[in-house]
Design a protein around this ligand. Structure first.
Ligand code: BDR
Ligand code: CA
Length: 318
């Protein structure tokens, strides 16, 4: 079987780092590139974090590109304090990793995505786990890619639960609601992996201790990085009982949609002031064919088992 071509679009970020590890640990996946986004950190820092995580995991062959540094409706990006609180000032839990031996690619992340869709078409899977700015920019520049790409599974949004930065908005959508709306109302078909399912899919220090016990550098560094994130969840929302596996769940669902139950909808994203960032069914398109599968339930035990199997095997070797 040919390996599936995968691109991650990340604002790396602790759970984005877990998304990289999941993609590298999963069988039959060819991670052909990472696009850097802004969000948890500035775009440049996210790109450097992706390079560092790839090196930690022994994959110096995967190129990292930079996408847009802010939304198209703004001329800059201000990092939210809560991002530093949850992911650490450096985005990876204040853990020191060596400076990367490699550099960011010169080509823009948006052009890399467009070229990859033209090259691989239906064989290409894209998993955005930050703002949708890069995907919206790519569709604007090359509208045909919306129907050429094989699979887009994104982490973002909240349909059946409240947002996590405002009562309405999940963080990734909140960074650029206009971009998210442009993507979800385009002809592109996608699967939404939002807070509805990611807040049910939790990791605890019991699991990170298993990585630490491996006695490898990757096992120990990832345990340190994720323990920071678990502690941040305790500080911010201590009734949850662990940290949410937002971004690696999106990769899991992209590779195996049977982890979740979805409902078919047409979605809009509000970008008026009061409900900015709300992801909701589009009452203007109730009778039209749908283009978004919204995850509403997750088989969290089976997912967690798979997650631990992939990551533990990977950390054992590094
Ligand atoms: C999402 O926001 C970011 O902080 C996380 O990396 C995740 O992608 C959760 O709302
Ligand atoms: Ca993210």
């Amino acid at each position: 079987m040919a390996k599936r071509k995968l691109i991650l679009d990340l604002d790396t970020g602790i759970d984005d780092s877990l998304a990289i590890a999941y993609a590298l640990g999963a069988p039959d996946v060819d991670l052909i590139g990472i696009i850097g986004s802004y969000g948890n950190v500035l775009v440049e820092a996210g790109g450097q974090n992706s390079l560092k995580i790839l090196e930690l995991l022994g994959h110096t062959d995967i190129p990292v590109y930079l996408g847009e540094s802010h939304s198209s409706t703004s001329d800059h990006f201000d990092r939210m304090q809560v991002s530093a609180d949850i992911h650490g000032e450096n985005g990876i839990g204040q853990v020191d990793l060596p400076d990367p031996q490699r550099s960011i690619e010169k080509e823009s992340g948006v052009d890399f995505l467009i070229d990859a869709v033209h090259k691989y078409g239906k064989d290409l899977t894209l998993v955005p786990t930050g703002p949708m700015t890069n995907l919206a920019a790519a569709i604007k520049k090359a509208p045909e890619i919306a129907t050429e790409i094989g699979n887009v599974t994104f982490m973002g949004g909240a349909l059946t639960v409240p947002g996590n930065v405002t009562a309405y908005a999940e963080a990734n959508i909140n960074q650029d609601a206009e971009a998210a709306n442009a993507v979800l109302t385009s002809p592109l078909h996608s699967t939404m992996v939002g807070l509805d399912v990611t807040l049910r899919t939790l990791l605890t220090k019991k699991e990170t201790q298993q990585w630490r016990d491996l006695g490898t550098v990757a096992g120990e560094k990832f345990a340190d990085i994720v323990d920071y994130y678990i502690q941040a969840y305790v500080d911010v929302n201590d009734n949850l009982g662990g940290c949410a596996l937002h971004d690696p769940l999106a990769v899991g669902v992209a590779l195996d949609p049977s982890f979740v139950t979805t409902i078919d909808l047409n979605m809009v994203v509000n970008y008026n002031k009061e409900t900015y960032g709300r992801t909701i069914g589009d009452d203007n398109r109730l009778n039209e064919p749908t283009n978004v599968k919204v995850s509403v339930m997750v088989d969290k035990d089976r997912y967690l088992k798979t997650f631990m199997e992939y990551l533990t095997n990977l950390f054992k070797q590094n």
